[in-house]
Design a binder for this molecule. Structure first.
Ligand code: BF8
Length: 664
């Protein structure tokens, strides 16, 4: 994997044309970004920290451990394996806590909506009914708000539940549920698993790395199959299940003659309210009075993915571009809530007329303006935020918007949409996908998730995805990986003919889909779990998720959340490969994570820094699974005739053709 050598001074190591373009403009000259800070730090990462063997869990240390050196265990005697496993466990606890606290807010917003206390409504009644069934909620003779209220309250109770198992687990394949039960790793309650993980990693508690890993899996499953899945499904019910939608991705989505408001963070409650408020007559009139033609909302990070998926609102930037978008000088306000917001944005904003507006009591920042977002009075909060942004429009000084680099994307591939596009309303199923994997047109499926990272080239996601699709592997993407792949032009249907191997290209052309499907934000990785479950249920690809020719990666992860996602994929039976993990200072533990755990969980971890080698390790794993299934035979290329196209469901996608699944 290419390690960045210099930052934006010469911009030669930044591939994204818009990032390079903005950074070389006069307007951005005084701006110091993370690209600079990575260079300025001028030292390599701490060897103990980066390999997971620095222990600071008590005040006898910190202890730096060297595996195999008797004098270099912890003062308490902790071995390298224990220390690395404990550190890894705390990453999982933090990542899971972030997703689950986000989910709690969404569930609370859902309950308030069901009570009629917000300006939102229950939009996807079909999904409401299917979730009611999962939670054994009576639907007969009840209106949608009554059902939603009971569903919301049952979901909220699972955060504090002490015993039993989380309800969503029963959506997993029966074989996987049985394996979790046998291992004793079914999550009991969402908060309980995070708390227990923290307790067990306190000094002098769990000192057996294999035992710790059981709780690591349980904690991550409480995230993936518990809180994240509840968040995705309830958010869909409230704001609409995504259907294919055309939009654009790039810094160039900012508009010269409009009030530019970027929405950055994760919880879509705020962003949805801003969308509604921005369309209101009074806000539009206020913008016009200030000399603007309107209000232009644009997304950053996962909030961007949420409003892109459901509303087609353009995405301005992924994680590593959050400072660059401000360096254009064209943003009136960056509205932030929680997670992945760099403290430096407040510093960058000082060079311009831009306000950084924090909106969540949990996440304040020096130098920012705080306007608390109030769920129960969301429209008033949203209008207060927009009024402040509009007030800044006249103060805009020199700016530069790199307009020519904008790329089209087709997003909105919820698992329901993937089902629908393969068979329409009446024959929706995963059968065509399974058949195309069995007949070899599609070699397998790769999940690309997670972050950008300044330490690595900003084209890493693109290089991996291009290698995968060239080899007929369908890519499902979420989070900042999805934004990077959209920016690279791989989420246009035309990209299939341009970059995919012949089998995958043919299937994409028939369905009218891109070879890389945008499945949403980071909490939406739960959609991938359901997609994998449906592939197993459809038949022909084994009995377990671990039998599927599938693999996952977060190639340049930065956040603890990405590791939690990786772990719940592993605990669901998936092979997951990251660039590096902070575990390699402990030999037995690393061997267990990359080999030993497969026997118990079906999935395992792997590591590779070179993007092309990483893609080929995924392909190798996919081929091994194909071999085990007995489907790894060379197939002659068969051109689709009209009957075969009809069998596939045939429609192109919305904005490009069909209207997607019914939302109510
Ligand atoms: O949750 S991909 S950088 S924005 S952590 Fe953060 Fe990573 Fe982006 Fe979304 Ni996910």
């Amino acid at each position: 994997m290419t390690i960045r050598k210099i930052g934006c001074e010469g911009c030669d190591n930044i591939v994204c044309p818009s990032t390079k373009d903005v950074l070389k403009q006069d307007v951005a000259k005084g701006v110091k970004t993370a690209f600079h800070r990575v260079d300025d730090r001028g030292m390599s990462a701490c060897l103990f920290g980066s390999t997971g063997v620095c222990c600071r869990n008590c005040n006898m240390g910190p202890c730096q451990i060297i595996d195999g050196v008797a004098e270099m265990v912890g003062v308490c005697g902790a071995s390298a394996d224990t220390v690395a496993a404990r550190n890894f466990s705390r990453i999982i606890a933090a990542g899971s806590a972030s997703h689950t606290d986000h989910a709690r807010e969404m569930v609370k917003g859902f309950i308030a909506t069901a009570k009629g206390e917000t300006q939102h409504e229950i939009k996807d009644v079909a999904k409401l009914h299917s979730m009611a069934k999962v939670f054994d909620i009576e639907t007969e003779g009840r209106n949608k708000n009554e059902i939603a209220l009971e569903l919301g309250e049952k979901c909220l109770a699972e955060f504090g539940q002490q015993d039993g198992t989380l309800t969503m687990l029963k959506r997993a394949p029966a074989t996987l549920q049985a394996a979790w039960k046998k291992m004793g790793i079914e999550p009991r309650g969402i908060d309980r698993e995070v708390v227990e993980m923290m307790h067990r990693t306190h000094m002098g508690v769990d000192q057996d790395y294999k035992n710790l890993m059981l709780q690591v899996s349980r904690c991550s499953l409480a995230d993936g199959w518990g809180a994240s899945m509840m968040s995705t499904e309830l958010t869909d019910i409230m704001f609409g299940t995504p259907v294919p939608i055309r939009s654009i991705v790039d810094i160039g989505v900012l508009k010269e003659d409009q009030v530019n408001v970027t929405v950055h963070g994760h919880e879509p409650l705020l962003a949805e309210s801003l969308c509604l408020a921005a369309q209101s007559e009074d806000m539009q009139n206020l913008a016009k009075k200030a000399g603007a033609k309107g209000i232009n909302l644009a997304g950053v990070c996962c909030t961007g993915n949420e409003i892109l998926m459901r509303r087609g609102i353009p995405v301005a930037a992924g994680f590593i571009q959050q400072e660059i978008v401000l360096a254009t000088g064209a943003v009136e306000a960056m509205v932030v809530d929680i997670q992945c917001i760099m403290q430096s944005v407040a510093e960058v904003a000082k060079s311009f007329h831009t306000d950084i507006i924090t909106t969540n009591y949990r996440a304040k920042m020096e130098g920012a303006v705080h306007i608390q977002f109030d769920d129960n009075n969301a429209m008033a909060s949203a209008k207060e935020i927009l009024t402040r942004a509009i007030g800044n429009f006249k103060k805009r000084g020199k700016y530069y918007i790199p307009e020519s680099k904008k790329l089209d994307v087709v997003a909105g591939f919820s698992h329901e949409t993937i089902n629908y596009i393969q068979g329409g309303h009446f024959r929706a199923s995963y059968r065509p996908l399974n058949d195309n994997i069995i007949n070899g047109r599609i070699r397998g499926v790769a999940a690309m998730v997670g972050c950008d990272n300044y330490k690595y080239s900003d084209d890493t996601h693109e290089r991996i995805a291009r290698e995968l699709i060239k080899n007929n592997v369908l890519v499902l993407a979420t989070g900042c990986s999805a934004t990077a792949l959209g920016r690279a032009g791989l989420m246009r249907p035309e990209a299939a003919a341009e970059f995919a191997g012949p089998g995958l290209a043919e299937v994409c052309e028939t369905l009218g889909t891109p070879p890389v499907l945008h499945m949403g934000s980071c909490v939406d990785n739960s959609r991938l779990l359901i997609a994998a479950t449906q592939m197993v249920a459809e038949g022909g690809l084994g009995e377990h998720i671990s039998d599927l020719p599938a693999a996952g990666t977060s190639p340049v992860w930065m956040s603890e959340k990405a590791v939690a996602i990786g772990q719940y994929f592993v605990a669901s039976g998936i092979y997951v490969i990251f660039n590096k993990l902070p575990i390699t200072g402990a030999k037995k533990f690393t061997k267990y994570m990359t080999e030993g755990c497969e026997e118990e969980l079906g999935g395992k971890w792997d590591m590779e820094e070179d993007p092309i080698k990483l893609a080929h390790k995924m392909i190798k794993h996919i081929d091994e699974k194909r071999e085990a299934l007995g489907i790894n035979k060379e197939q002659g290329r068969v051109l689709f005739d009209m009957d075969m196209r009809r069998d596939l469901g045939g429609g192109a996608i919305a904005g490009v053709g069909c209207s997607g699944p019914a939302s109510s």
